[in-house]
Design a protein around this ligand. Sequence first.
Ligand code: TRP
Length: 334
Amino acid sequence: MSKDRVLSGIQPTNGSFHLGNYLGAVKQWVELQNTHDAFYCVVDLHALTSSPDPKELHQNTLTSVAQLIALGLDPDRCTLFVQSHVPAHNQLAWVMECLTGFGEASRMTQFKDKSQKVGNERIGVGVFTYPMLMAADILLYQANQVPVGEDQRQHIELTRDLAQRFNSTYGQTFTIPEGYILKAGAKIYDLQDPTSKMSKSADSLSGLIEILETPEVNTKKIKSAVTDTGREIKFDEKEKPGISNLLTIYSALSGSKVADIEKEFEGKGYGDFKGAVAEVVTNYLAPIRKQTLELLDDRSHLEKILKAGAQKAEVVADKTLADVYNKVGLIPRG
Ligand code: TRP
């Protein structure tokens, strides 16, 4: 039996991923390479919806790819590529847009939130059509599962609806994908505000552990993490969100169980514990940071990897696109 296929995407909006990206998503991607036929895509076209500086987008895309490899994605065991290198994504996105209702797209919460923030005059149409491009990303590869965070659930639902709509109108074409919603246990919170998710959009970066940050800065951030009243090192998300978050991080990166860590730190203070968390984090990230920087130094090697990834992706994507074009009645170029 052939393996199930997974596809996921990550935006290259930041210079560095943070620990939440890694533990919440990329770590699972790495595991899925072993059991699935995995496609992973750096979605640079999606990043354009937030009008990034061109130089930064360029660099962040390369840095994202280098980090994904350093974090464990193996270009020999998965298909790792950049979205804009495979034109079929845009081409299928148009077909998806023609299939989507205006009202349906207007109800997507991500669009609603953003358009409320900046107003209808200024919100880009790209933010509006973002979910249809994402549907194309997924459907082109006939993915069975899509590993994403909870916040992407609505996009997956739309993708399923569009796939079903297309199939019932034009005949069986797309695999109906399922969301593979990533484990909640891997949820990492902001160090300064341990009730909000660790996210680059936080007001301040002091609650963010970045993969490529120096050990000194990350140590400082962990040592100044908000903790809770009391002095016990105990997992209790309600009463002790700060300590619980640090326990989750420690556990995820060391492999030790939370209960064992609690025991280890019985009778010790927050200061000792934070020092230990900082050590686990910086030891874990050091080789990843080093390998990322090395990969970035060897641009031609990185480009070779991306070229091979795009070629592998294109074979699958072009086949689906040709089928779609044919089914909707476009004549082949010949
Ligand atoms: N919208 C996703 C996010 O912001 C990124 C994404 C784009 C994606 N295309 C995808 C995720 C396809 C999974 C599959 O996280």
